[in-house]
Design a binder for this molecule. Structure first.
Ligand SMILES: C[S@@+](CC[C@H](N)C(=O)[O-])C[C@H]1O[C@@H](n2cnc3c(N)ncnc32)[C@H](O)[C@@H]1O
Length: 262
């Protein structure tokens, strides 16, 4: 039973704004030292968990590259890539997350654009505007993926790439309360959604004022990119740093996909 009374994107906009005030680790801007090193060519960014993206996923030289950091606010990847020489636009649903990017840009003298919106609608950008879309783990907060991949494909130039990080959907089968006690108990069928699988009372108790999540499926993640026209060129996985499932299974997957020329 879906609940039309809750707009998940509006809910998550406010929830991520609150995560900034609550100092969620994915809202903490990088330091001036990190930016200074990136300016010297010593940089790395994360797409999944704490794993740096393999350097050879990127072009050798970032200078002049038009990069869209998609649903990637928080003053992390965007400012690092800008310091490494890319022309960066950070797009995010949360105004406060984007403010974190602007704080770094002003503090360290970086050129960087920020645009607020829903990752399913990139109408702020024309066709073929970017050489790279960098989308770290965030689509678990978005109710549907097909429009996201379609929009990524549209705003990329032929020959350009999409880096996407996403959750292993299998993590969502487990009972949250049992997991907090250190036990893994299978409870939910997939695909999972906080709105569909929890009552309002359970959401208030277990999620508080946090964001709503969706497991999605690998068909929607990987099949969706292929259906949009992308060709996969690399794949990676990483453990979920904050979950006891890390002992047994990957928590995150990452894809590198190419928009073919012609
Ligand atoms: C876990 S944080 C990721 C940002 C972080 N820089 C990182 O390293 O992964 C998830 C981000 O996705 C954004 N987000 C959630 N739903 C979104 C949507 N529908 N459209 C755009 N951004 C969204 C949130 O506001 C938040 O900044």
């Amino acid at each position: 039973m879906t609940r039309p009374d809750v707009d998940p994107v509006a809910h998550n906009r406010e929830a991520w704004d609150r995560q900034v005030s609550q100092d969620n680790e994915w809202t903490r801007p990088v330091s001036s030292d990190v930016i200074a090193r990136a300016r010297e060519g010593d940089w790395s960014v994360v797409l999944i968990g704490y794993e740096p993206v393999p350097r050879d996923w990127f072009p050798a030289d970032l200078r002049g590259l038009d990069v869209l950091c998609l649903a990637s606010g928080g003053g992390q990847q965007g400012p690092i890539l800008a310091a490494a020489g890319a022309n960066v636009t950070v797009f995010d649903n949360s105004p406060k997350q984007l403010e974190q990017d602007r704080i770094v840009a002003v503090r360290d003298g970086l050129e960087l654009a920020t645009v607020q919106g829903d990752m399913r609608e990139l109408r702020a950008f024309g066709d073929g505007s970017f050489d790279l879309v960098f989308n770290p783990v965030s689509n678990l907060f978005c109710p549907e993926l097909a429009p996201v991949w379609r929009e990524c494909f549209r705003v990329l130039r032929p020959g350009a790439t999409l880096f996407a990080g996403f959750m292993n959907p299998d993590l969502f089968v487990f009972d949250r309360e049992a997991e907090e006690r250190g036990e893994l108990a299978v409870r939910h069928e997939l695909p999972y959604s906080d709105l569909k699988h929890m009552t309002a009372e359970e959401r208030a108790r277990l999620l508080g004022d946090g964001p709503l999540e969706y497991s999605h499926t690998l068909t929607d993640q990987i099949g969706g990119q292929l259906a949009a026209g992308f060709v996969l060129t690399a794949f990676a996985e990483a453990p979920h740093h904050a979950s006891i499932t890390a002992k047994y299974m990957p928590g995150y997957y990452a894809t590198r996909a190419l928009k073919p020329r012609g």
